[in-house]
Design a protein around this ligand. Structure first.
Ligand code: F6R
Length: 264
């Protein structure tokens, strides 16, 4: 696992954006894996800036979101379909028909989940999956004790996740269930890019990066992935035992700066 500690949160989006832009230069047809929540917003802003500058064209790329709430129609502004449309599809001028979210309104939830995994496969698989991490160590909505081999399915949201996400649901109860890509599904992406900012992610990051691989910390499964990069700020890195090692300076350049130069 490559751990990159950025001196300030603002650099995270730029670095992750540069890595995704570099991948798109190497493979213009790359399939993107999208996350919602606050963590990836700076990545999307960086990519949108590149699109506006004419550096990047993702108008023909397919993309798959990690998850969706059950029972929120795509017209609900906190549904992930609407969130992805607002934060990714529109600012990056993507083709809405190529940007997918699981169908949280399906009558047959199991069939919808199977169809989602099948659609990812039919598109050739995800080339780079963007991930945030829950304060309880979840990725997607794979809450603690999720099967490490799981596929897209319905999950009950943990009480801590509902509390964390209550900020998006003013005057409304956050949903109790979601459809989420499984850990097995996420692990099939060719590259994983996890970003986290702030002290409330420090525990989860330490457990995911340096703890044992366990379903109690679903993000720890990233340790099995051959191409997983974790880009975090100082606060999210504050509980890592090997933080000095990840930060090491060579040839007068701190590690994060070398990664940033490499991605450009
Ligand atoms: C969202 C998702 C979740 C979030 C995580 C962190 O699609 O899959 O795993 O990435 O809950 O959320 P934020 O970024 O809002 O702290």
């Amino acid at each position: 696992m490559e751990v990159i500690i950025c001196p300030d949160a603002g650099e995270i989006g730029k670095l992750a954006g540069a890595k995704i832009a570099a991948l798109l230069r190497r493979k213009p047809t790359a399939v993107l894996g999208l996350a919602t929540g606050s963590s990836p917003l700076d990545i999307y802003a960086d990519l949108a800036r590149r699109v506006e500058a004419g550096e990047l064209d993702v108008s023909r790329n397919a993309a798959f979101a990690l998850d969706e709430y059950v029972g929120l129609p795509p017209t609900h502004e906190q549904s992930y379909a609407a969130t992805i449309r607002r934060t990714v599809t529109e600012p990056l001028h993507m083709d809405p028909s190529l940007v997918h979210t699981p169908d949280g309104m399906a009558d047959d939830i199991e069939a919808a989940c199977r169809a989602y995994d099948e659609a990812i496969r039919a598109a050739g698989g995800v080339d780079v999956q963007i991930l945030g991490i829950g304060s309880n160590g979840h990725i997607g909505f794979n809450e603690p004790t999720s099967s490490l081999a799981s596929r897209t399915r319905i999950k009950t949201l943990a009480a801590s996740t509902r509390r964390d996400n209550a900020r998006f649901f003013e005057g409304e109860e956050p949903p109790t269930h979601c459809l989420t890509q499984g850990l097995g599904t996420i692990m099939e992406a060719r590259e994983l890019l996890l970003v986290a900012q702030g002290e409330n992610k420090a525990d989860a990051i330490a457990r995911a990066v340096e703890g044992p691989i366990t379903s109690m910390t679903p993000a720890s499964i990233l340790q099995f992935h051959p191409r997983a990069t974790v880009i975090i700020d100082d606060a999210a890195a504050s509980k890592l035992q090997l933080a000095d090692y990840y930060r090491e300076t060579y040839a007068g350049k701190p590690a994060w700066q070398r990664f940033a130069d490499e991605a450009r």
